[in-house]
Design a protein around this ligand. Structure first.
Ligand code: PAF
Length: 282
């Protein structure tokens, strides 16, 4: 497995592969790999001749006071894990190369970035869209892999690809969970023992929503209020939002019909956790 830090070398390497007729898969990450990342790498490995994993803790998607500095990092461990998945190349650029100073150009996706996490993390999706657009230019892959755990991020990237005519297929992969349902996240490492137990409330609240819908409930307000009640029963969980939105434009819905994303964010200790379920109601 090759480690590339220089942007021109990365682009040249991918173009050489494409010229040989090989397909290229990209897995964008911020590192500190867990099973969720590995599942994206496996999907990319299965679909493509050449697999690149980008590993870059992107400063522009963290707000002031967020966890950019503390974000867990362990390059040697990540390299070992990626090599075991048969990844061909890790792209690990220097921040000063990704953001030459003064850095002046950003990608803004409107509308769908305004609610859910976007309402609580101003500028976050601008940072995500910018870095992903840059990665798509640096690594002209045929396919790029993202987890549905970051559902709003998926929609932002899909819309950016559509609006800016990027020639890349976005492959969306399922959320990988711990045996007790907690969605895998690099930020789970922030949780103490009691917080880790309390954090399962996020998944339990989503299961409750799914059960209510399966039982015939179609009223969003009733579902959300039952979820909030379950979350409130865990004193260590501080709910940030629980919302039901349509999958396409992430607009609030009052009735469960069509494809509805029920998404939530909560603080548990110093971890900000997100999770969601995509419900299809006929
Ligand atoms: O999902 C992530 O890890 C990041 O938001 C991404 C897509 C790698 C951009 O920095």
């Amino acid at each position: 497995m090759r480690i590339v830090t220089a942007i021109p070398e990365m682009t040249r390497l991918v173009k050489e592969r494409r010229d040989r007729g090989e397909t290229v898969g990209l897995v964008p990450t911020m590192g500190f790999f867990h099973e969720g990342h590995l599942s994206l790498m496996r999907a990319a490995r299965a679909d493509n001749d050449f697999v690149v994993v980008s590993l870059f803790v992107n400063p522009t998607q963290f707000g002031p006071g967020e966890d950019f500095r503390e974000y867990p990092r362990d390059l040697p461990r990540d390299m070992e894990m990626a090599a075991r998945e048969g990844v061909d190349c890790i792209f690990h650029p220097r921040p000063e190369d990704m953001y030459p100073q003064p850095y002046l150009t950003y990608v803004e996706v409107g509308g769908i970035t305004e609610r859910l996490c976007g309402a609580h993390r101003p500028g976050h999706f601008r940072g995500v869209a910018t870095v992903v657009a840059k990665l798509f230019h640096i690594i002209p892959a045929h396919r790029a892999y993202f987890g549905i755990k970051d559902a709003q991020q998926v929609r932002v990237i899909q819309k950016m690809v559509e609006d800016l005519n990027f020639d890349v297929e976005i492959v969306v992969c399922p959320t990988v969970r711990e045996p007790d349902g907690l969605a895998m996240s690099s930020r789970n490492t922030y949780l103490g023992t009691e917080e880790r137990r309390a954090a399962t409330a996020l998944y339990r609240s989503l299961r409750l929503a799914e059960d209510m819908v399966r039982g015939g409930e179609r009223d969003v307000a009733r579902v959300i209020s039952a979820m909030r009640e379950l979350l409130a029963a865990e004193p260590l969980v501080e709910t940030e939002y629980v919302e039901a939105v349509d999958w396409k434009f992430l607009e609030p819905v009052s009735e469960l019909r069509g494809e509805v994303l029920i998404a939530l964010a909560a603080r548990v200790g110093r971890a900000r956790l997100i999770d969601n379920t995509l419900i299809r109601v006929e």
